[in-house]
Structures are given as C-alpha cells and as structure tokens.
Design a protein around this ligand. Sequence first.
Ligand SMILES: *Cc1c(COP(=O)(O)O)cnc(C)c1O
Length: 447
Amino acid sequence: MNRKRSLALFQKALELLPGGVNSPVRAFRAVGGDPLFFERGAGAYLYDVDGNAFLDYVGSWGPLILGHGHPEVVAALQKALHAGTSFGACTPAEVELAERIREALPGMERVRLTNSGTEATMSAIRVARAFTRRDTIIKFEGCYHGHADYLLVKAGSGVATLGLPDSPGVPAEFTRFTLALPFNDLAAVERALETRKGEIAAVIVEPVAGNMGCVPPRSDRGAPEKGFLEGLRELTRKHGALLIMDEVMTGFRVAYGGAQERFGVQGDLTTLGKIIGGGLPVGAYGGRQEIMSLVAPEGPVYQAGTLSGNPLTVTAGIATLRLLRQAGIYPELERRSTKLAEGLRQAAQKAGVAATVNQVGSMFTLFFTPQTVTNWDTAKTADTARFGGFFRAMLERGVYLPPSQFEAAFVSLAHTEEDIERTIAAAEASLGSLDEENRKEKRENRN
Ligand SMILES: *Cc1c(COP(=O)(O)O)cnc(C)c1O
C-alpha cells in the first residue's frame, strides 16, 4: 500500500502538533506504524491522501451512525451554513433538538447543550454535587468520561491505550473526591456507599462501557443477582446519591433512547454527545427538572458556552435524529452487527486464535484474550501486541478499525451486507496471518 503522502504529512505534523495529532489515540502508537491522513469520507468508506480506500469502523469514534456525508445531513447543513454559522443567541433549532432528545430519553426533562462530551460530564457532576450538597463521586475503572482533571482516574480510552498513569498536571487534591471501583461490581459500590455514608454525590457510569473496548453491563436475565445497572439504580436511590448515565457514546447508538431504553433503567442525570451532533462538536446534559433547575440562569450553578447550541451542530443533530427515528432502523443495525460479531468469532476459532468478541447493538470489540471480558482487569488480559498485528493486517486489506485494543468499533447504517461479508473475509485472512505479521513487525523494529 502506498502511504507516501500520509508519511510526509505526519513528519510535518510532528513539528507542529504534540505527537503529530490533536487527540492521542489517533497517533497509532498502540498498534505500531504511522497514522493515515484522510481527505474524504463517503458512506461506510474513508479515503486517505494517497488514494487508498478503507471500510471505516471508527465512524469518527461514534458520531457517524449514518456513515459519512449522508445526503440529508449534508443538505440540511448547506442550508444552515448560508443562514449563519453562529449567533450566540436563541434559535428555533436548538429547541427542536432538545425536544427530540427528551422524547427519546424522557429522564432528560431539561436539556443543556454543550460543545463536547467532556463539558457535559463536568457540568452534570457540578450540578449533582450542588443538588446533593456532597462532594465525592464514584466512577468505574476503564470508563472514560472526558478529560476533566478529577475524571482522569483509572480512565479508559487514550489513557488506557497508552498505558498512562493518572495524568501528571492533576493535583492529588483534585482527585481526592473521586473513587474508582471495578465495573460490574455492585458489592464494591455498596461497600463504598456504606462506608462513606452521606458523602457520595453521584455514581457516573458508561451504561455499556465503550472506552475499555466494548463491555456490557452484567444483566440479571437468568442470574440470581441483580443486573449491574438495576443494582446501581437501587443503591444510589437508597443512599441519596444521583445516578449519572454517561451516554455520550451509547445515546442513540445501542437504541434510539440509548442504554436507558435498552436496559430499562433511568438515571437522574444523562450526558450525551457524539451522535446528537451528527459529526459536529457537541455535548448535552440533562435530567430531572428539580435537579436541572439549579443550572444558571434558573439557579446558581454556573455553566455556559460561546458556541453552545450553535446552528450547524444542532442542524446536523436534528437531521441525524430524524433519520434514526424511522421504524426498523435499530433492528437492522443490530442484525448486521450481530452477523459481523458472529463472523469474527468464527474467524478467530478457525484460525485457532484465543479471542472474545463483545457486542452490544452496533458497538463491538474483538479482545485477544480467552477470558470473558467484564471489566478493566479482564480487558487488560488482552494481548495488545496481537491486536496491533491484527489492526495492521486489516488495514492492509482495506479495513480501518479503532487503532487500540481498548476502544469500541462501530457499525453504521452505511455498512452493507457485502461490506460485512468482506470484513469477515479480511478478518479470517488477517487472523490466519497473525504470527507472520508479528514477526514482520519485530524485524522492522530491529532494522
Ligand atoms: C467520547 C466520550 C466522552 C467525551 O466526549 P468528548 O466530546 O470527546 O469530550 C465522554 N464520555 C463518554 C462515554 C465518551 O464516549
């Protein structure tokens, strides 16, 4: 594969941007090789500056559930663009987007739009602390909630990918009020709530974890214990703490109404991002009216944004949600994704590769471990060098996966039946050549 122009651009980028990138995982550090530079996306495909085409399972890390450049989203954006990119004032479209969000997630009685998921989780935690008049929050190991200081504790995503300790530059005092517990471990949550009685403001959770790779919440179907989300709901209620569902990734992804619709458990506060911006920068938080009434100007909890609710983002978001709301969309997405996950499982089996494929709706991860992956400790047992070899082998075959073992991959509505079949065939060939791929990498490293 010719990568000359990408390589030249990366050399130049290294002189201008830290690590050559504007967000860490993009640098391909965890999978070896240099990043590609893309110039165009269309449907399920990405095109790099050297003219190579790739089937895209990153989808801009989740937002592009319709694929790249959906004609209805593009048309709506073109119209909005000519009407003005930002007014920093009230617009009809932001009210419509909020209305659509609340219809999908009825727990979000009041909604505030932000410019990123990071801002959404920061703001949700601020209002949760104000409402409960408590300071400590519980998060889960391997879950990522954006890059706010006090949330970079045992965080997933890039922190996990690069194996970084909790970030330097964050004073220990700032994380004093953050407890990180194992995902899917209700007993640990119960113990923490008991021993720190009256101190826990909120439990924040990715209801389906996506930032340590895809890890579903333990379900109570056929099990003697409570499901993880059901248990969190009960425990937080009992102890007067709020439950924050961080659905930045899962909202409009695992169901139209997110994980809360899919699992039938409602949070007190919800954070959104990614899909609701249709590929433009966005975030949102919301919840019970009684809690959200604390947010300025209705209440004293300050939070603002120059470009919040800007017409372009909101327009792309509305166009996306309008398309997603049509009947049959999610079952179809689920069907194609299940076919892919099943195909990957069989491909690994055929190749004699120890692997676990986790899938919830159109989110999935192939973990290179024989263990069942239920939390960060089990995710970490994955052989990341093998994943790197698999990633590079798939790339050579024109399939672009997230460049990290600890990120979820996404199927979009633009992925056709043939695309899925082609991906499974590429996986069979790639898994079959893994040992060869890893020897090649070692040789290159030596040279
Ligand atoms: C992506 C993500 C965030 C952060 O959103 P940004 O827009 O990148 O700031 C927060 N929480 C979850 C669950 C995410 O997946």
